[in-house]
Design a protein around this ligand. Structure first.
Ligand code: PNS
Length: 159
């Protein structure tokens, strides 16, 4: 059984994340989307809400499960009996931080491999931060996030 963990803040899930999840689901027997409890300082959605949104958007992918995680990623990966971590790489600008994180995780536990996956090229400009900004300013995020996330953004920003 090949298990991989895809960690992130997912505040909120974007179509770029979803594309990476679908690609990972084709390569691995089991994909665990791990929503970081303490990823962002002031998230728009609670970890439970982010988890529910990922579950809603991935319900058709049978080998994908979504959970909240806390603490060190390498400890979580070991606890899941996973062999690797997936991270999305959109552009060279992502590389430095991702490279640092991958090597630090390897230093913490050399059994944990990091695999980088590129989302579809049309999603290279996408980020949760930009999606939130566009939604806050009344822009249309239809092309950038799954339907359930669009509804949740509209609701949250009206509250
Ligand atoms: O979506 P993000 O915000 O880029 O995800 C970053 C995340 C949550 C994957 C990263 O901050 C993380 O792994 N946090 C868990 C704590 C940890 O293990 N830190 C050391 C990383 S080298």
């Amino acid at each position: 059984m090949r298990t991989v963990v895809y960690p992130g803040s997912f505040d909120p899930l974007t179509n770029g994340h979803l594309d990476v999840i679908a690609r990972a689901a084709r390569l691995f027997d089991r994909v665990i989307v791990a929503v970081a409890q303490n990823g962002e300082k002031q998230p728009l959605f609670t970890p439970e809400e982010r988890c529910t949104l990922v579950r809603g958007a991935t319900r058709r992918l049978r080998n994908v499960e979504t959970r909240i995680f806390d603490g060190l990623l390498v400890d979580y990966v070991r606890g899941c009996d996973a062999q690797a971590v997936i991270r999305g790489l959109r552009a060279v600008s992502d590389f430095e931080f991702e490279f640092q994180m991958a090597l630090m995780n390897r230093k913490l536990d050399e059994r944990v491999e990091t695999i980088f996956m590129m989302p579809k090229d049309t999603y290279t400009f996408l980020s949760s931060r930009l999606v939130k900004e566009i939604a806050r300013l009344g822009g249309d995020v239809r092309d950038f996030v799954p339907g359930n996330v669009r509804v949740a953004l509209r609701k949250r920003l009206k509250e």
